[in-house]
Design a protein around this ligand. Structure first.
Ligand code: HSE
Length: 432
């Protein structure tokens, strides 16, 4: 059989906004894909929940099925694309496909972050690939660079804007002065935010992506449960304005760091300097900023969501997995040899921006400074504005552990001279 005669049978599980674009590209580009792979792909089935639902692509007659497991484990299927999402039945479908000898491409960040090792072990046992570039930051190539291009370097930090919905909301708050609810409503009207925005707004989506990034960057296993998470619902217009005063902007960051051989992974809103490359990431775009020992600083930028951009990443993986099938080999699997400890949030090092309403009396500033000093937190700047009987202090600390900083804030809240701690936000993206 010549190279051109080889046929690789492809099953697609799910035909929503990503799946329909995967099907479209598979059908439209079939000749180019054959030339790039060295074997022809043949779409043999598309699993859906309802046969009669309206779809963005016309699936050829006879290919739709509601029997996802039957399709995933069909004996002649070589490649399975899972774009259903969620934990079950996606996990069983992927495991079934691997056991059946198919390679798998998935965009399922929640499953990978919760139970990736089970999938990787099944792929290794079956001697097949499981690729998932589309699971983090949509179309942006970031997992392959971490897994392959940077495999000879030591990555020390990954800072990512990996959720487009929250970046759109924070960008809107920054550019228009809107509050969180108003900006969320606009994001929903424009289709950037779901009717139930919890997964995006509360940082669950970004936390799953942080777990995947940290695992690859640091050659260890990090799950979603290891990731500290805070969403953006508490970010106020005043926080955003205060960030501007400091020549900063508020972003929801996924931060993965290597410190003394241990890793930390966290997702929370943070102020970053306007001069940082991530500050220029506007609207619903994503970007991942990588720091490594030999390469220095790298930035990956692009559309992080949407059917067509996400399908681009899926197709890239499909071509890689298909090339491997055609060559009867498999690509790079999981690299978790480093087996690193995961640091508790309290042990991570950061800086705080704290807004405090205080009485405007002699000695108040000194008392506030003393509270910081008692927890061994050094103050970088203090700004004060008078407000009738009261004053508003904005204190920015130097770097300290998160435990020291949160103890300082708890202490401030108990002081008689403190009327209210109005804002607490971490400051990132700057080395001292
Ligand atoms: N909902 C995500 C976002 C895209 O807003 O970026 C899928 O992960």
């Amino acid at each position: 059989m010549s190279e051109g005669d080889k046929r690789l049978k492809v099953a697609v599980l799910g035909c929503g906004s990503v799946g329909s674009q995967v099907v479209r590209l598979l059908l439209e580009q079939v000749d180019d894909l054959a030339a790039r792979i060295g074997a022809r792909t043949e779409l043999v089935g598309v699993a859906v929940r309802r046969l009669d639902a309206s779809r963005e692509v016309e699936v050829p007659e006879g290919l739709l099925t509601t029997d996802a497991m039957g399709l995933a484990t069909r004996e002649d299927v070589d490649l399975v694309v899972e774009v259903i999402g969620g934990i079950e039945p996606a996990r069983s479908l992927i495991l079934g496909a691997l056991e059946n000898g198919a390679s798998v491409v998935t965009a399922n960040k929640a499953l990978l972050a919760e139970d990736g090792p089970t999938l990787f072990e099944a792929a290794a046992k079956a001697n097949r690939d499981i690729f998932y570039e589309a699971a983090v930051a949509g179309a942006i190539p970031i997992l392959r660079p971490l897994r392959e291009s940077l495999a000879g370097d030591t990555v020390t930090r990954v800072l990512g804007i990996v959720n487009g919905t929250t970046n759109f909301i924070l960008d809107k708050m920054d550019s228009s002065g809107a509050g969180f609810s108003e900006a969320l409503e606009e994001a929903q009207d424009l289709g950037y935010a779901e009717a139930d925005p919890t997964a995006d707004v509360e940082g669950f989506d970004a936390a799953a992506k942080a777990a995947i990034l940290a695992s690859l960057a640091f050659h260890t296993r990090v799950t979603a449960a290891d990731v500290y998470r805070e969403g953006i619902a508490e970010v106020t217009a005043a926080d955003v304005a205060s960030a501007r005063e400091m020549k900063c902007v508020v972003k929801l960051l996924a931060i993965c760091e290597l410190k003394d051989g241990a890793v930390s992974a966290r997702v929370h809103p943070a102020m970053i300097p306007l001069s940082h490359p991530l500050a220029s990431v506007r609207e619903a775009y994503n970007a991942v900023f990588v720091e490594s020992e030999a390469a220095g600083q790298l930035m990956f930028y692009g559309p992080g969501a949407g059917g067509s951009p996400t399908a681009s990443a899926v197709l890239g993986d499909l071509v890689s997995a298909a090339r491997n099938r055609a060559a009867n080999t498999r690509g790079v699997g999981e690299s978790a040899y480093a087996d690193r400890a995961v640091l508790a949030m309290g042990d991570t090092i950061t800086r705080y921006h704290v807004g405090i309403d205080v009485l405007d009396h002699a000695g108040v500033l000194a008392s506030v400074a003393t509270a910081f000093a008692e927890h061994d937190v050094s103050i970088q700047t203090v700004r004060q504005e008078g407000r009738a009987e009261d004053a508003q202090l904005v204190v920015v600390s130097h770097r300290a552990t998160d435990a020291q900083l949160s103890a300082t804030v708890a202490h401030l809240r108990e002081m008689d001279i403190v009327r209210d701690v109005t804002s607490v936000m971490r400051v990132e993206g700057e080395q001292e």
